[in-house]
Design a binder for this molecule. Structure first.
Ligand code: NAD
Length: 487
């Protein structure tokens, strides 16, 4: 792996060693270029794994599996705990690395590192509390005993928008459960994953328990690993489109799948909401990671009585944000991940404008170097515009006016997605009643940020299958085994 000269000034070189990490060995290589999204310049080049490399990674995970499974839970827990501590000690370097390769503002990158490390701490604790069951059959004649066993080798595929947290949210429970893993991070942001693997090594993760590989052929590599009968789990975070393809591929070997897919979160503001609180929440729900989050508020439904004040307040806040490279400490809104991402946002906004929407701020891409799109607020957006159906994944807030609670529910549910939703109202009974009818895996009531390692994260409808985090997250990496016992 080679690094752009600028790198050394920003991050500890010890944290970004070589390329592929297989069976506890580092294998340097080239082929995947990592760009700085704030300039488009080359940041680094990392190894490009072949199908053979992927097979070696499965061999390594297999060779380590029996030993790791037999390692006492307390010991697995302590390794995860040390990994958490090392991430915390190196938080600033990791945050800088994330800001460099992903482009998000340092403040968001720091938040991500803290959130990511917390998954290791949480699962260090959960490793020692794996549940079991002992019951009498209803007839009273026999006993039912249920144990949970590690599911087996797990393939973990993660997106670029949370390079640290999406990896730890999978590695933490997998290792706690006793599984060995192969992590394939997104090729836009591989440096953070490799840096974390370094820290894992230092924390005492045995060779082969965690393997990391980057590739320009994700489909080929994923298919090869899923076709290997030793692989029993796929945990994927990414777009619904790729999720569908992977589910079909996993079906061929009946591999267990956990899927964290796309979102299209409604953010509902009722007339009785505390306006300032709703605006604070809207800024977090929309602008964390410059809108590049699966939980990002994608559709703002605002009741007629508070609509104009909300649009004015949101416009003022969005206009005041400082745009710049993520690693500049002053930046509040960093670049998008790629030029393609900017093009997609531009298409959605242009179509909405052509259909009668009005931009109260922003509305077209910035022309300087890098992949920048300015914070944008749109009002008078038609409810059936493509921007209401597709993930924007950028700093654009389309606002729609509604009249009644029923209308808000109907509009909120008018999507194939069901990951996150937000409601702002001073009337908790109303918020809970409306919330009950919203088809979503997660609901923020008077809160713009809901992610918490101790809570179950995931979606309904086409936003996914299964949950990560919380007390159930570990069970995604385990199989119940039922013993019918008589004595
Ligand atoms: P993506 O689906 O394009 O890529 C995700 C990962 O899958 C990457 O590592 C990519 O290399 C890999 N991949 C791509 N094609 C593949 C294939 N055919 N086979 C196997 N792997 C393949 O998504 P992205 O653009 O990296 O991330 C953004 C998406 O992720 C958004 O839709 C967002 O909502 C979603 N996301 C969801 C959650 C969640 O928890 N639900 C969290 C973060 C992001």
């Amino acid at each position: 792996m080679t690094f752009h000269a600028k790198f050394s000034g920003y991050a500890d070189p010890a944290l970004h060693s070589a390329g592929l990490y297989i069976g506890g060995k580092w294998q340097s290589g080239r082929g995947i270029t990592v760009l700085d999204p704030s300039t488009g310049n080359l940041l680094a080049e990392v190894a490009d794994a072949s199908i053979e490399d992927a097979q070696r990674a499965v061999d390594a995970a297999h060779a380590a599996a029996a030993g790791w499974r037999a390692t006492p839970a307390r010991q697995r827990s302590e390794i995860l705990r040390r990994w958490y501590q090392l991430m915390t000690q190196h938080a600033e370097e990791l945050a800088t690395l994330i800001a460099l390769e992903n482009g998000k503002a340092l403040v968001d990158a720091r938040g991500e590192v803290a959130y990511a490390a917390e998954f290791f701490r949480w699962y260090a604790e959960e490793a020692t509390r794996i549940p079991g069951e002992f019951r009498r059959t209803p007839s009273g004649s026999h006993n039912i005993l249920v144990d949970h066993e590690p599911i087996g080798i797990a393939v973990l595929i993660t997106p670029w928008n949370f390079p640290a947290a999406m990896a730890t949210r999978k590695i933490g429970p997998a290792l706690a459960a006793g599984c060995t893993v192969i992590l394939k991070p997104a090729s836009e942001t591989p440096l953070t994953a490799y840096a974390m693997a370094r820290l894992g090594e230092e924390a005492g993760v045995p060779p082969g328990v965690v393997n990391v590989l980057t590739t320009s052929n994700p489909g080929g590599i994923a298919n090869a690993m899923l076709a290997d009968s030793r692989v029993r789990k796929l945990s994927f975070t990414g777009s619904t489109g790729v999720g569908r393809v992977l589910l079909a591929e996993a079906a061929k070997s009946v591999v267990s799948c956990s899927m964290e897919l796309g979102g299209n979160a409604p953010f509902i503001v009722f007339d009785d909401a505390d306006l300032e609180a709703a605006l604070d929440g809207a800024m977090i729900a929309k602008m964390r990671n410059a809108g590049e989050a699966c939980t990002a508020a994608n559709r703002f439904y605002v009741q007629a009585g508070i609509h104009d004040a909300f649009v004015a307040g949101l416009t003022a806040r969005m206009m005041s944000l400082k745009i710049g490279p993520g690693y500049d400490p002053e930046t509040q809104c960093g670049p998008m991940i790629t030029q393609n991402a900017v093009r997609k946002i531009d298409r959605l906004v242009s179509e909405a404008l052509a259909a009668g929407a009005r931009a109260t701020t922003g509305g077209k891409p910035l022309t300087e170097n890098g992949y920048f799109y300015p914070p944008t607020v749109l009002e008078n957006v038609p409810v059936n515009a493509s921007i209401a159906r597709e993930e924007i994944f950028g700093p654009v807030a389309p606002v729609y006016k509604f009249e009644s609670d029923d209308e808000a529910i109907r509009l909120a549910n008018n999507t194939e997605y069901g990951l996150a939703a937000y409601i702002y109202s001073r009337d908790l009974k109303r918020a809970m009643t409306v919330g009950k009818h919203i088809e979503t895996g997660m609901l923020g009531i008077n809160r713009g940020l809901m992610s918490d390692p101790a809570a179950p994260f995931g979606g309904v409808k086409q936003s996914g299958l299964g949950r990560e985090g919380g007390v159930t997250g570990i069970l995604e990496f385990m199989e119940p085994k039922y013993y019918a016992v008589d004595y």
